[in-house]
Design a protein around this ligand. Sequence first.
Ligand code: GCW
Length: 692
Amino acid sequence: MTAGSGDVTMYDCWLGYRRAGPEAVVAGSGDVLSRVAVSGASAVLRTALAELVRGLSALTGRVPAVVPEQTAGPLVLIAAPRSAAGAHALTTMTRTRGPADGEDEVIVMTALARPGQVVLTSNTEAGCLHAVFAFLRRLQAGQAPAGLHVADGTASRLRMVSHWDNLDGTIERGYAGASIFFKDGQVTQDLHRVRDYARLLASVGVNAVCVNNVNVTAEAARLLTAAHLPRLARLAGIFRDHGIRLFLSVSFDSPMILSGIRAADPLDPQVRDWWRSQAGQVYAHIPDLGGFQVKADSESRPGPSVYGRSQADGANVIADALRPFGGVVLWRAFVYDCWQDWRDRSTDRARACYDTFMPLDGAFGENVIVQAKLGPMDFQVREPPSPLLTALRLTSAAIEVQITQEYTGQQKDLCFLHPQWHEVMNGRAVVDGDVTTLAHVVSGHKTGRPNGGVTGVVNVGDDPSWTGHVLAQANLYAFGRLAWDPGIDPGTVAAEWVTATFGAAEPVASTVTRMLLDSWRVYESYTAPLGVGWMVTPGTHYGPSVDGYEYSRWGTYHFADREGIGVDRTAATGTGFTAQYEPGQARMYEDIGSCPDELLLFFHHVPYRHRLKSGKTVIQHIYDSHFDGAEDARRMLRDWLSLAGHLDPVRFEQVRSRLELQVANAKEWRDVVNSYFFRKSGIGDELGRKIF
Ligand code: GCW
């Protein structure tokens, strides 16, 4: 990168390989880190070897020698999946830890299979690269290579980041500069940056990337044609070298946009033939394309409903075209009426996804993955889990999270999202009477449809720090770690990221880790209260506007009046949304006594004096959380300022200026929300603080 060492530091993210662990570990590791070898010759293995050399050189201060794989004596060996050493290490590992249940990729790091040597291997080639990154991560955290004996598997077959990048270089809901893929209507030629990005993604196990916006313009529909395919193929090649498959977003109207066909009816043979032949052209350029992502019948995008066809009809015509090439269709379940009349209290946007898709369970082709957002509404700071994700049995599913902080502070405010994702993914699900987690159901291994996984709308642009806010890099890191292992603890991940990014030295390590782990709760506390969501400025979605969406067509209401606030989604008296959950969860949300405080206003309309489980009234909670949140934002800024002199100036300054924006934003939210509810309810603050 350009201009000064600070920019390099921002640009490197968590892969700067600054020495962090006790030097003694690396120094005491004998010669094992001074020689490396690889068995196997593919491009991904070459990437793995290059990374190993790069990482060891930086961490030990010595460039390791690359030696032939049969060399006796200490060395680190990357062993291809079917090589003798790889197979031996995998079997040894399976013997000690037992057969892995429902794992798609297993990485193995062991010093036991070949005494004196470390073997890094996997059941897949990409896994060998992932094993190298995992090994370097452990070294950096201070773990000694001798005695290393780790097998780590993932059940998520798909671990994808999605870009909402447009061909003109803008990014929908992007807060970190322009697209790294597109400029002036063309696919970029700056492959250097793409290569560095592929490396970042591979380092956390991401294995798929969709490069263009799901809102596909007529211009972007042309990505499927020879006008763009040769350049897209070059991007695909770079990602391929890093074990990552390229995906494209396509318009449901593509047959109309790109040919003379007058309608895109999925049951029309002409349309079916068009998709087949177009898929053939695409795969001629990119033989391992992952497939297509489709946003149809959603927010005015074209879709099968225009022709009276179902979502399954729409998905299947495209899936059929991709099947011969091994491609999949990611069919987004974000289908709802965005032209609602706010006067209509009977329609509930939260119901739409389940109501549309659940009756079609079993109707989707094998290579369709129904992709539903984490919550039933739209990436709010707090939502209950999407009931569709735990209910589908005969359909592969993916859970979609938003890494880009559209509703969570737009990379101006700090909001580390892993705790939110973790909570939802580890939420309760029941399959055939067995209690399990949402993540396990989504992986499909419980239901025999193991095509699914985790996708995230990514937060990256061409900003020198990639994410606009250095600490927002942690969200990209955490996304990869969580997609690999939905159970991994956010505290572990935050500490890993901080160590890799800033080093393990105090006071930086514990201060930054704490800031990350507090930040979601803090952001929630000064924005919309108790799960009600949405009180954001219309359009931009940054900053407060309590009634901004209240009298609009988007189905996003809080129903505050002088008596109370919240949306009655109960089966007894409300919209019936609670009944979409399995009985245990349905009862919990339905009963005001057991509904968790933080989701109370999502499920219930209550008087302002309703007492929460915390003992506070709703109105007092609103006041307290907003005063506390604004104060917590100031405290985070003070904590950061206390690190002056312990950090490089470029990163220090960038985060400082962002935290100052956050302090101002939190204050604005506090005063707007508190004043609104004071004026609505006429109830004063018990502590008599200043409300306007
Ligand atoms: O939250 C909304 C965003 C839109 C986005 C949409 C979606 C790509 O405001 O910008 O469109 O979600 O997920 O399709």
